[in-house]
Ligand binder design. Structure first.
Ligand code: NAP
Length: 268
């Protein structure tokens, strides 16, 4: 089994990584391979896992992820440090069940009709830093609305607890293959009108944003791409998915409860 460990550089994390490496070295079938791993174990927070996802996104179909959190319980990092030995043993004891979560396929079409593709785990947002963004929004190639405001965000179900939630979007269970679009500070008056509520589209549908503004920013999981000659951006659910080893996986609603409400773990 080819394994790599991706981690942040916090003191607490480095201690955990050292222990994890020792435990893995005791297993005879382990090869540390950061180039073509079968399993990527991340130690840190959700941000650490998102970085690792982008590092290996071209090999995403052949990789399983395991997220260990060294801070608070995360949405992608739900293994606790105290359970690391159990996790290492479980890796070798049985064929792991996996949880597969949808990813967002982003297609950027330039004015010269060049196409660039990106993959997002959480979301992609389109926004302007100064002045408003004006854009036509299409669903399945049908004009839906003319948006004016700070921007728009399209998120995956697992990304629904991140930026999407801060924008008033709903939290969506990751077993649902659906994309959600939320508005960022839309202007709604007699002149400009958009829906003003988040929308959730079906798995076979797609959203197209055609900006009427030059110079804007597109983010992919928080990473910024400055755009000047973009004709349109198409968002749809990717045919690829991210796969997590499921053993010990915390119930999704327990993670939501723990992160945002606090309280005891009632879900099994
Ligand atoms: P960051 O500072 O690394 O992350 C911001 C916070 O979002 C961190 O606490 C992170 O958790 C948490 N987070 C990441 N993915 C999450 C998820 N799926 N569900 C719940 N919380 C999640 O920010 P960044 O590097 O610029 O961007 C990474 C992600 O952070 C973006 O994809 C975006 O969704 C989110 N973000 C949110 C806001 C907002 O809500 N206003 C603003 C910027 C970015 P950890 O501490 O465990 O890493």
């Amino acid at each position: 089994m080819r394994i790599t460990i991706a981690h942040n550089t916090d003191d607490a994390t480095l201690k955990v990584v050292e222990h994890l490496k020792k435990r893995l070295e005791q297993k005879k079938d382990v090869v540390f391979d950061a180039k073509y791993p079968d399993v990527v174990i991340t130690v840190g927070g959700d941000g650490t896992l998102i970085n690792a996802f982008h590092r290996y996104e071209n090999q995403i179909s052949s990789i399983r992820f395991i997220g260990v959190h060294t801070g608070h319980l995360g949405f992608y990092t739900d293994w606790q440090v105290k359970d690391i030995d159990k996790m290492v043993d479980a890796l070798f004891l049985r064929e792991p069940e996996s949880a597969r979560y949808p990813l967002l396929e982003v297609e950027l079409v330039t004015e010269a009709n060049e196409k660039m593709h990106y993959l997002a785990l959480n979301e992609s947002a389109v926004k302007r830093i100064s002045h408003t963004l004006e854009a036509n929004v299409y669903i399945d190639d049908n004009l839906f609305e003319n948006f004016r405001g700070d921007g728009l965000c399209v998120s995956t179900p697992t990304g629904s607890t991140a930026y999407n939630k801060s924008l008033g979007g709903a939290v969506i269970h990751p077993r649902l293959k659906a994309l959600q679009m939320t508005e960022i500070a839309s202007i709604n008056n007699r002149v400009f009108r958009s829906l003003s509520s988040p929308i959730v589209i079906a798995p076979d549908q797609w959203i197209t944003i055609v900006p009427n503004s030059d110079h804007f920013v597109m983010t992919i999981d928080g990473n910024r791409i400055d755009l000047q000659n973009a004709k349109m951006i198409n968002y749809r659910i990717s045919s690829r998915e991210i796969r997590f080893d499921r053993f010990g996986h915390t119930h999704f609603w327990s993670r939501v409860q723990d992160a945002f409400i606090g309280g005891k773990d009632d879900f099994i």
